[in-house]
Ligand binder design. Sequence first.
Ligand code: NAP
Length: 270
Amino acid sequence: MQNAALAACGMNAAYIPFDVHPDRLDEAISGVRALGLRGINVTIPHKTSVMALLDELDESAWAAGAVNTVKNDDGRLIGHNTDGAGLIRSLADDLAFTPNGQTVVVIGAGGAARGAVAALCRAGTRRIVIANRTGDRARELAAWMTSRYPRTELTAISLEEGMISSLPQNIGLLLNTTSLGMKGEEIPGLNLAALPAGAVVYDMIYAPPVTPLLNEAERFGFRSANGIGMLVGQGELAFHIWTGTFPPDGLMKEVLTAFLGGAQPARQLS
Ligand code: NAP
């Protein structure tokens, strides 16, 4: 989708994947400077470790504690996090969901969750409950975000059998940020029957396009979306950071959905 956008904008540039071993990340970043690359995306497992190798972090990366986009500004490397903003855009576009004043349950406390929670706090979410397999990681994330965004009430619980019974009643959004579902796994202890009518369900996973969580959401009649819209949103924002311009509207989504076999981002139910 990045290459399609570059071509559509008439830019003489290419977007190329490099598989970098964690032990050689510092060399790879030196390579970005030495080769004068305009920018890079950074993904698992480098999103946090890359931060120490950059010259500057913008607010989105600093707050999330994770970088997915780096801009090379005449040799000065600036880290950004467009994952969270991509999610907020997708929630609006795919589910007509606005976080301001809402209660949100976030499943997971990894890199994707960090970007999501920071962006949800910035978007005015009233209350966030973070549920993670490793409870300490959820508590650390809640404490980190509370220190940065004191207006949002953040709590942490362990992802375990029956955890849904301890969740608040007025959930507006249930958000899966874990990799559970990529291979057909269910989220343990989650019973969507306990969600209030009108809640929406978002799964950051985009391959497969329909996870067990999204199947459950459909079964119970909740509006739901997969992570295609977020992937597109973070990509459009990264493109803008590197080039100063946005790709033609809808182009990245069209290219990505075709690549993923025609999978649609959202399932709107009446
Ligand atoms: P990560 O930092 O490795 O975190 C993984 C998370 O999943 C942790 O909360 C981990 O819990 C949990 N988890 C993994 N296996 C589990 C299991 N068997 N049972 C319970 N919990 C489990 O990875 P990440 O970067 O956050 O990415 C997570 C997912 O988000 C991936 O599927 C990725 O593709 C997706 N993602 C999508 C987009 C998008 O644009 N749509 C962007 C970023 C990420 P513990 O803390 O207990 O280990």
